[in-house]
Design a protein around this ligand. Structure first.
Ligand code: ZN
Length: 701
């Protein structure tokens, strides 16, 4: 056969000229390895069996060589050739790891060093974080194999191949492919309250008093988090804490919090004991943990106004038959927020991520007291999310999820609705690439998107079957013990590059009808398919993913492949993050009802401001949010950390207010997590520096 100028596809995806010499050399080496004699004639005969096409993969050529050797009866040579391939594969893998190790050691920080999937939440780079990084590439391979095997079984080889094709060409992105655990969960703590951690493999018994609650809670959260790849939300945390304080000091403890109840030399008051509980829990949970390769656990908590509280816990009973007490909880929630805000001027505390759930009615907070308190906390510089809805039927109980209470129903045995939910797995569509690919090929982009999104649903169902298989083999005690409910966990379809796709289509990214139509057109495809694939056991949701890496990765890959890429990190919002012409109201509008109505996951507006507003101004903004139907948002004002004296100030300053050093770092929110800017990955730091923080002139309230 004639070998002309063929190109071959190498393992790293690059192309090279086909070389007959290289193949002949490899075959001759195999002959020599087993001392088998050969001639140019016999080698030519083996080569004549090969069928070389343009863009053939190296592996395919090698497979053909093996078959050709066997066809010609050189069985021992074929075996030698296979062993030779194997040892080369192993060498390559080891070399890859060595190169990675060297690069990681030299990287500026842990997030930049991580090649595959930087943990949002690793502060330091050390031997423990390196141990966590090394097996990531193997996990990716294993996860792809597990998933494609299942897809083949359920839908055939063609779909499995199509999945890998879309994945490797970056039309879709599988989040957390480096982990094998389900994604995130908002747990109910009820099983722990009844039976301690024994049901999930721990050895502590049920908490019986305030002390065992505080210690046990930390252990429980660590165990739960070790079996998840993402966040662990404990929406009942303060409600349970209130219960245990009440058991110790009476349900009305908060009315005499200054009473001395500790008769040791320390003479602590109830209030001081409560502060000690907060300290113990929050500082313990912010510790890096061995089980998560030196990451802290991703811990979320929720605060409720009276209406949400009643809707969620109105039918809740503790094991002793008593019900949660709103007055005590309301006091404790405020106490915790005030404490946490103050504590953050002493040290960088990323967790818990907090969400305030408020019920709105005609643009007003129904619970006046809690609406006011929310504005007060923002004015005091505290940073937290607000979830505001005009009916109590939906709730963000996990940082990422809007969850319909009506759908979930109530379960007395498992605690209450709105709890024990979360996301099993996230599969993200790169909208910018999909839309451009379709338009460039002269296709209807909506039709193409529907094809891609339909595939995503099938892939997610395959993932779900694998998860059920794990559960059947006793591998998921969180589900078995009732902390999470398999059928209430969502399969998430993520979207990224929405704004960029709209920009490619020539649309102006402001609150105008054409842009709105585009957004609705795209997101309603996901919503339609979410409904279509939904069964009583399987739920789908859609969110604009706030992942720390994907936006950067997509922009880089798309640019390399010649697509239109207007910025280095794809937006996580409906507006352009560096656009200086938009004012605060514009941004609320662009995260208002018409834009978010097809999303069912937490896509929080991060309102970046240069300086803090007054309580009255924040109250006004809460009203605007309620009127626009923007249900999930936070205000982000960079806090200043002095690198010289360690002072933390809630304001965005260019000089330390104490020692006047200009060597300052900032603490800001990167997609949910409050972190030091210098600990972000390189690409993220660049994004943060371009981010526009609205100054006083943009605050039209
Ligand atoms: Zn200083």
């Amino acid at each position: 056969m004639e070998f002309q100028n063929f190109t071959i596809l190498k393992r790293d995806g690059s192309r090279d000229q086909f070389s007959l010499d290289k193949i002949m050399t490899a075959i001759i080496k195999a002959f020599e390895a087993v001392d088998e004699s050969y001639s140019i004639g016999s080698i030519s005969k083996i080569i004549s069996h090969l069928d070389i096409k343009d863009d053939i993969k190296v592996e395919d050529i090698q497979n053909q060589v093996e078959i050709a050797l066997m066809k010609e009866g050189y069985f021992s040579v074929a075996k030698a050739f296979m062993l030779y391939r194997q040892s080369h594969t192993e060498d390559r893998e080891t070399l890859d790891k060595l190169n990675f190790l060297t690069a990681y050691m030299e990287a500026a920080n842990a997030a930049t060093g991580s090649k595959f999937d930087a943990n949002a939440n690793v502060e330091h780079k050390n031997i423990a974080t390196l141990i966590g990084e090394l097996p990531k590439s193997n996990f990716i391979r294993l996860n792809r194999r597990l998933l494609t095997d299942r897809i083949k079984k359920m839908y055939g080889k063609e779909l499995a191949d199509k999945y890998i094709d879309l994945l490797t060409h970056h039309f879709i992105y599988k989040n957390d492919e480096t982990s094998i655990a389900p994604y995130c969960a908002s747990i109910t703590m009820y099983p722990w309250l009844i039976g301690g951690t024994t049901g999930i493999g721990g050895n502590s018994t049920a908490p019986t008093n305030l002390k065992s609650f505080c210690g046990g809670f930390v252990n429980m959260v660590f165990i739960v988090s070790s079996m998840l790849s993402g966040a662990c939300a404990t929406p009942e945390f303060l409600m349970y804490l209130n219960y245990f304080i009440g058991k110790e000091y009476g349900v009305d403890y908060w009315q005499h919090a200054d009473k001395v109840v500790d008769l040791s030399l320390r003479q602590r008051t109830i209030d001081k004991i409560i502060t000690d509980c907060f300290e113990q829990i929050v500082y313990s949970i912010n510790q890096p943990t061995g089980a998560r390769n030196f990451q802290a656990v991703f811990w979320n908590v929720a605060y409720y106004d009276k209406y949400y509280f009643e809707s969620l816990f109105g039918n809740f009973y503790f094991p002793d038959g008593s019900q949660p007490d709103w007055n005590g909880l309301s006091w404790l929630q405020k106490r915790f927020m005030k404490w946490f805000n103050k504590e953050r001027t002493k040290t960088v505390l990323t967790f818990p991520v907090e969400t305030m759930a408020l019920l709105a009615d005609n643009g007003e907070c129904r619970d006046k007291e809690w609406g006011e308190f929310t504005a007060e906390m923002y004015a005091e510089g505290h940073s937290f999310f607000t979830y505001m809805s005009d009916n109590a039927d939906s709730l963000s109980s996990c940082c990422r999820l809007r969850n319909e209470i009506q759908d979930n129903g109530f379960s007395y045995t498992l605690g209450a609705g709105g709890v024990s939910t979360g996301s099993k797995s996230v599969l993200t569509v790169n909208l910018n690439r999909c839309v451009q690919y379709a338009v460039n090929k002269g296709m209807d982009y909506k039709q193409y998107l529907e094809e891609v999104i339909d595939l995503c649903h099938k892939v997610q169902l395959a993932y779900n079957e694998n998860l059920k298989d794990l559960q059947e083999h006793g591998m998921l005690p969180l589900f078995d013990a009732g902390y999470i409910n398999m059928s209430r966990q969502y399969l998430t379809i993520g979207v990224n590059g929405l704004v960029e796709a709209a920009e490619f289509m020539g649309l102006e990214i402001t609150a105008n009808d054409k842009y709105k139509e585009f957004v609705q057109g795209v997101l309603s495809i996901v919503e339609k398919l979410n409904k279509q694939y939904r069964t009583k056991d399987v739920l789908f949701n859609c969110e604009m993913i706030p992942a720390e890496n994907v936006g950067v990765k997509h922009a880089k890959w798309d640019r390399e492949d010649g697509y239109f890429v207007p910025r280095d990190c794809y937006n996580s919002y409906f507006y352009v993050v560096e656009d200086e012409s938009l004012n605060i109201v514009d941004k609320f509008k662009l995260h208002g009802a018409p834009y978010i109505e097809h999303l069912t996951g937490g896509s929080a507006l991060h309102m970046n401001l240069e300086e803090h507003l007054s309580k009255a101004q924040y109250q006004q903004l809460l009203k605007i949010a309620a009127n626009e139907g923007c249900n999930y948002f936070t205000f982000n004002i960079p806090n200043t950390i002095c690198n010289e004296c360690g002072c933390i100030d809630k304001r965005y300053l260019h000089e330390c207010p104490k020692c006047h050093s200009k060597n300052v770092d900032y603490m800001t929110r990167i997609i949910g997590y409050l972190k030091r800017v210098s600990n972000f990955s390189q690409a993220r730091q660049e994004e943060a520096s371009r981010r526009y923080y609205a100054g006083p002139k943009k605050m039209t309230v």
